[in-house]
Structure formats: C-alpha cells, structure tokens
Design a protein around this ligand. Structure first.
Ligand code: CLF
Ligand code: SF4
Length: 293
C-alpha cells in the first residue's frame, strides 16, 4: 500500500488532518465559474489579486489548462497531496469540467487525492459519479438545517429549470444537501461540512447544524466566520469575533471533530494552507506556459 491509499488519505489532506495542515500542500484548480444558487454573502465579480476569500480567483481554466498547470506546479511544490476544486462557482454546476480535469490528472498521477467543495444542490444526481471517478473527499457547505433560516441566507435556488426563492428554494437545497451527504458517506467518501456563521441570522443554530450532519455521516465540521463581501446583501453584516467563533466550535466539538485551521482560501490557492503561493503561478498555463516548461 502506498502512502496515499485508504485510511491514510485524510492524514495527508491539509484540511481534513489536524496534524498535517502545515506539512502537506493543496492546489485548487478554478475550472468551475458558474453557480446554481445565490448566497446572500457571495460575490464572484471581483478579481482581487491580494484578497483571500472563497470565490476569488485571478483566472478561470479549461480542463486542459488546469492539467498543464498541475504538471508545472507539482514540480515546484513539495508534498502536493491534494487537488481541490473550490469554485469560484459551484463545482457541481460545472461537473463536466471537474470530471474532465480529474480524468486528465488521474492518468498522470494515480495517487493524488481529489477533493471538491459544493453547495450540495446537485449531490443526489452526482454522488455516484463522484465516487466512480475517485474523488475521495467532499466538503458540503450547510449553513442551516431549518428552511426558514435557509430562506434568510439564500436568495435563489436554480433547480431543474426553475428559479426557486424563499422557503421553497431553501427546502429543496437542504433536502439535497442531506440526501447527498448520506449518499456520499454511504459510498465511503470522507465528508466535511462547512458552516458560515452569520451574526443575527444563524449564529444560534450552528450546534443544530452540526448535530444533524453528524447523523448523515459527516466526518468533520468547519465553522467559519462570514467575510462580508462588497456588493452583497450581507455586506454590512457585523463581524463574528474569534472568541465567539471558538466558543461555538467548542460547543460543536461535543458532536463532531472541529477544524480550527481553515484559511478561507481563494479558488486558485496553491501551497500550504499557511503560505499561499498562487501568485507565483498566475496565468502560467495560458499563453506564457511554454516558457516555464
Ligand atoms: Fe480545497 Fe476545501 Fe478541499 Fe481543502 S480548502 S476544496 S477541503 S483542498 Fe481547506 Fe481552504 Fe478551509 Fe476549504 S483551508 S477554505 S477547508
Ligand atoms: Fe457563491 Fe458558493 Fe454560494 Fe454559489 S454556492 S453563491 S459560489 S458561495
């Protein structure tokens, strides 16, 4: 058995391992621009080179460009154990591109860990394919397990050709998130649930989320602060302090192992979680790629 097999995988995944997060590197490939829902805290319009938050990227890659970039980066980054798909949109709203990228990289490296993050809307449809193509780690962002609260967080859900708002939309999203989690964990995929704490909206509800996702097989919970983004409905929301977030995590740890080292990465992040090196590799897989060969 090589070091990337079976149960050892989570130990060398910088997000899933509490001990390995300073040792192992991950590379995000931004092949997924579109999204099928609108969260009230998300704005993917700005390409800010120095901003680090989910949804920010300096480029969108085709699967072929992503593969080229991987080949280049793996030569320069030690202990690159994980290829992650984290947007800038939703990975399952662009699953054909994610799938193609996985297939290209898998041909070159049979050991690398594939990881994706999603809002979970399309999980019931894609869970089997996710397992078939060898994605071993999935993160689902679940911010509420009460559709009334979900309706305050999600502006619209685009599902099966319909635009659904308010409770009608958040109910479908929640059902699919939980059903998807159940499907994935039943297939042996290691799942983490990210939960964004929004003061005055869901901050009293986080334990309920964590208790619920544990029942559906989640392995780990990552309770994170809202980063208010300009141009969103939640741009003026109050910040949650580190003390407040750690108090919530402490309570939630009674139910599920907590992540304490999340960096709320960009969609094109590269390197150790504590040392983003994406700037070194910006745009190298486009017209300038050949000069780096
Ligand atoms: Fe990327 Fe996410 Fe996979 Fe990690 S990030 S897709 S699980 S490889 Fe990690 Fe970054 Fe936090 Fe995400 S530190 S934002 S939890
Ligand atoms: Fe943005 Fe992700 Fe929400 Fe889509 S699911 S609106 S990409 S935060």
């Amino acid at each position: 058995m090589n070091k990337y097999c079976g149960s050892n995988k989570s130990q060398i995944h910088p997000c899933f391992s509490n001990l390995g997060h300073n040792k192992y590197a991950r590379m995000h490939l931004p092949v997924a621009p579109g999204c099928n829902i609108q969260c009230n805290y998300c704005n993917r319009k700005y390409d800010c080179l120095n901003e680090s938050r989910p949804g920010v990227t300096s480029e969108i890659l085709t699967p072929e460009q992503a593969f080229k970039k991987y080949l280049l980066v793996k030569e320069k980054i030690d202990d690159l154990t994980v290829i992650g798909f984290a947007g800038p949109g939703d990975t399952l709203a662009n699953f054909d591109k994610v799938k193609k990228t996985v297939e290209l990289i898998r041909q070159a490296n049979k050991d690398i860990i594939f990881c994706l993050s999603t809002n979970g809307l399309m999980l019931p449809l894609y869970a089997q394919e996710i397992a078939n193509i060898g994605i071993s780690h999935v993160t689902v962002t679940i911010n509420a397990v009460d559709p009334d609260l979900g309706a305050l967080i999600y502006d619209e859900i685009n599902y099966e050709g319909q635009k659904l708002t308010e409770k009608k939309g958040s109910k479908i999203l929640l059902n699919n998130q939980l059903e998807g989690l159940d499907c994935l964990t039943g297939k042996g995929i290691v799942c983490k649930v990210n939960t964004v704490v929004i003061k005055g909206v869901n901050d009293h509800h986080i334990e309920e989320v964590v208790k619920t996702v544990k029942k559906y097989g989640a392995y780990k919970s990552n309770v994170m602060q809202l980063i208010p983004a300009q141009g969103t409905k939640f741009e003026d929301m109050p910040l949650v302090s580190n003390k407040e977030i750690n108090n919530i995590r402490k309570k939630c740890s009674a139910y599920l192992s907590q992540m304490y080292h999340c960096r709320q990465c960009r969609a094109d992040a590269i390197g150790l979680l504590s040392q983003d090196r994406s700037v070194e590799f910006r745009n190298i897989c486009n017209s300038n790629f050949d000069k780096y060969k």
